[in-house]
Design a protein around this ligand. Structure first.
Ligand SMILES: Cc1ncc(COP(=O)(O)O)c(C=O)c1O
Length: 360
């Protein structure tokens, strides 16, 4: 495999690169999964944070997105995306008004797990004459947000329905973040299906209470294959599959690593070489970054501004370049202001990463 040694001499380092050939392959694989199993695919923008990438995916056939934060929703709507789910709790009147303002420009939906929050979303939507779609979030095992499956979800859905037309009850979300990268695939699949079973039983409880359910959504990159086609689930919501990272790729090899950080060797000793990017540019929160194309090289430390590598085979000189595959793509996109797209080893365009460094 080609290493980055001679690649992209026109770029200074460190620089985030997105290989669009790899993105295309990842996107085709996920689209094929959705098509073959008759399930909608909504792409999680928290992994991307870049409006140019959202537009690129839209042109590849993905028209619906979800995100974790309002600033991401704002970037998506500004990029021309027409259907956005904020797959999170949007709490407080200031944020409720931001969501309602977006709902005057695009089809917006949000997750809820609290009746008081439902009330404040309804007030904000009514103020601007908008309608916000609502999914009741169900805790399917992660024990983060969400009401318990069954009757608590039915009670909250009834509360949402009281606020028609400011709010439109759409259905349920249940996301099991804790299992996405379980190394044992059989265990991951079993836990995924157990969570989906709770979600689908809750759907049946709603329907038995006379409440129609249009959307039942969940699953990420690591469980997409186990979830797609599960009876009663209408949508999967993966995000990492677009860019991927070294840690997720190890758990989910179907999708290749499209995101790398181009770096330069700035110091060299017999037992190590040192790159000009560290944890301020390369996320390591899911494990250890990897040097692309150099399987014998081993990252031994990631300091703030340096990555230290034990070399394997081959000659390494100061000034050589290396592509580093981060251990977490979502957190790495959050560290960079822009990314350079490449295709066939050639630089294409620069995209700003509008939501990087934002938490609101
Ligand atoms: C609500 C929700 N849905 C889906 C995902 C899927 O993301 P990924 O594809 O990165 O596993 C996440 C990841 O954090 C999430 O929080």
């Amino acid at each position: 495999m080609t290493s980055a040694v001679d690649l992209y001499p026109e770029l200074d380092t460190p620089q985030a690169l997105i290989d669009l050939d790899v993105v295309d392959r990842n996107v085709s694989a996920m689209r094929a999964l959705g098509r073959e199993r008759s399930v909608d695919v909504r792409v999680h923008f928290k992994s991307l944070k870049c409006g140019g990438l959202a537009k690129y995916l839209m042109s590849a056939g993905f028209g619906t997105f979800l995100c974790a934060k309002l600033n991401e929703a704002e970037v998506l709507v500004d990029a021309g995306i027409k259907d956005v789910l904020v797959a999170n709790q949007v709490v407080g009147p200031l944020k409720a008004r931001r969501l309602a303002a977006l709902a005057t420009r695009a089809t917006m939906s949000v997750c809820v797990d609290d009746a008081g929050n439902v009330d404040e979303l309804a007030v904000a939507a009514a103020e601007v004459g908008a309608t916000i779609g609502v999914l009741v979030e169900v805790d399917v095992g992660q024990h983060r947000c969400g009401v318990d499956p069954g009757e608590p979800a039915v009670a909250l859905a009834r509360h949402v329905l009281k606020h028609t037309p400011a709010l439109r009850f759409l259905g349920l979300q249940g996301y099991a973040g804790h299992i996405q990268m379980l190394p044992d695939l059989a265990e991951r699949t079993a836990q995924c299906r157990a969570g989906l079973q709770l979600l689908v039983e809750t759907r049946r409880a709603l329907e038995a209470a006379g409440i129609p359910v249009a959307v039942v959504t969940g699953a990420g990159t690591g469980t997409a294959n186990s979830a797609a086609g599960f009876s009663g689930l209408t949508e999967i919501q993966p995000g990492s599959f677009v860019l991927m990272d070294a840690a997720y790729h190890a758990a989910c090899p179907t999708y290749g690593c499209a995101l790398s950080i181009l770096t330069t060797v700035v110091s060299r000793r017999d037992e190590r070489y040192v790159l000009d990017a560290g944890s301020k540019a390369i996320s390591k929160d899911f494990g250890t970054p990897v040097i692309r194309g150099c399987p014998a090289d081993r990252v031994i430390a990631v300091n703030e501004e340096h990555t230290i590598v034990a070399p394997g085979a081959g000659v390494v000189r100061v000034g050589d370049r290396r592509e580093v595959l981060p251990a977490h793509c979502c957190a790495t996109m959050n560290l960079h202001r822009s990314c350079v797209t490449v295709r066939g080893g050639k630089v294409e365009v620069v995209w700003p990463i509008e939501s990087s460094g934002r938490y609101d």
